[in-house]
Design a protein around this ligand. Structure first.
Ligand code: SF4
Ligand code: SF4
Ligand code: SF4
Length: 362
């Protein structure tokens, strides 16, 4: 038996803490081992040019508005650039997958999004030190970094979700979200050691948003859009076991060695040839929080890039719903507090929309 958001809310309202009847146990929603067919991404910051094609195409292929670019702003210039595949010029650009919201008289806007959000599932940020001259150098250098869900092998978001809305696919290991189950408690946000899930505060009926590794595209025989549309090979898609080997191989290579880096997917015939940079630190994701399916390499230590250096190298404590059910006050506080905040912010949004309307009518 599954639990719907409406039924769950009714239960909370009537009895205070009637929770989780029929919700699949966290153990049933995730295995703690890496599935043999697990897929993921390898992001190598030393190859990243900061072009943000991954951000733009993440939005296009996941029907997420706003953020990096409004889609209608892309049409005049973007379709001529190397960042847009020939197939997209007809298929995607002619039929926008979401409502466009360009300013009247101006075919859209650039939006310099600062962080992950309900409408940004993947973000490229920049690191700069001193003069910022040298790429991938901690002092007087610069780098880019990519933030998104890392698809943990043992995901805390799945283990804490009382409604079974977060699930880890037992076959490919993708951590995904089913909105119809979500009760809006946002435990997933609190539990994620990488600060990834975001709540759609501005929506009337908000959902939690995060990268789902383009799961819908896998079902169509495609793969992660951010990897498919990365022009430099900085983001590649593949089997996690192979990506791990690739990352470890790069990590120990002598800096300056000429290497053929695959583009888009591991094993692709399309490659880019360039010298190997000096990698700092470690392969991020091999051990963090028990390991993640998305891996990262960088020339700059990861803590300087803003990644939390205190994440343990083992799976996080088992924060299961079994445990949460024993502290219902915490749950109730988060749930009611969050709901009140949502109502207040929705009301504010509505008031300001109403006053804007009135201003226009005056
Ligand atoms: S990074 Fe956070 S949201 Fe993504 S699977 Fe891990 S715990 Fe869940
Ligand atoms: S895998 Fe898909 S959803 Fe995730 S960041 Fe890449 S394009 Fe976005
Ligand atoms: S990961 Fe690839 S697509 Fe994204 S900014 Fe870097 S080079 Fe561009």
């Amino acid at each position: 038996m599954s639990i719907s958001r409406r039924n769950f809310l009714k239960g909370v309202a009537s009895s205070g803490v009637v929770l989780a009847a029929g919700v699949p146990a966290a153990e049933a929603r995730m295995s703690k081992e890496l599935p043999p067919d697990a897929v993921g991404l390898l992001y190598d910051a030393t190859l990243c040019s900061g072009c943000k094609s991954c951000m733009v195409n993440c939005k296009i292929h996941n029907s997420v508005p706003g953020g990096a670019l409004y889609k209608d702003a892309l049409v005049p210039s973007f379709t001529d650039s190397v960042l847009c595949r020939e197939s997209d010029k007809t298929e995607q650009m002619k039929s926008p997958p979401y409502e466009t919201t360009g300013i009247k008289g101006n075919d859209g806007i650039w939006d310099a999004t600062q962080d992950l959000s309900g409408s940004t599932l993947n973000i490229i940020k920049a690191y700069r030190s001193g003069t910022g001259e040298k790429k991938d150098t901690p002092v007087n250098g610069h780098s880019f970094l990519k933030q998104q869900c890392l698809h943990c092998i043992s995901p805390a978001c799945v283990s804490v979700c009382p409604a079974g809305a977060f699930i880890k696919d037992p076959k490919n290991g993708i951590v995904y979200y089913e909105a119809y189950r979500c009760i809006g408690c946002r435990y997933c946000q609190i539990a994620c050691p990488f600060n990834v899930p975001r709540y759609e505060w501005g929506a009337l009926w908000p959902e939690v948003r995060k990268c789902q590794l383009c799961r819908h595209r896998l079902a169509e025989g495609k793969y992660a859009a951010c990897a498919e549309f990365c022009p430099t090979g900085a983001t590649i898609f593949g089997k996690v076991t192979d990506l791990r080997e690739e990352a470890k191989k790069r990590f120990v290579m002598k800096p300056g060695t000429i290497f053929q880096f695959p583009l888009n997917t591991l094993g692709s015939k399309e490659t880019t040839t360039r010298p190997v940079a000096t990698y700092a630190d470690r392969v991020y994701g091999l051990t963090e929080a028990g390991g993640t399916q998305n891996l990262m390499l960088s020339g700059i230590p990861f803590d300087l890039l803003g990644f939390n250096k205190d994440i343990p190298a083992s799976a996080l404590p088992d924060l299961t719903w079994k445990y949460i059910a024993k502290v219902p006050w915490v749950f109730l506080g988060v749930f009611l507090g969050g709901t009140a905040l949502h109502l207040i912010t929705s009301k504010k949004g509505q008031d300001s929309a109403d006053s804007e309307k009135e201003d226009r009518h005056d």
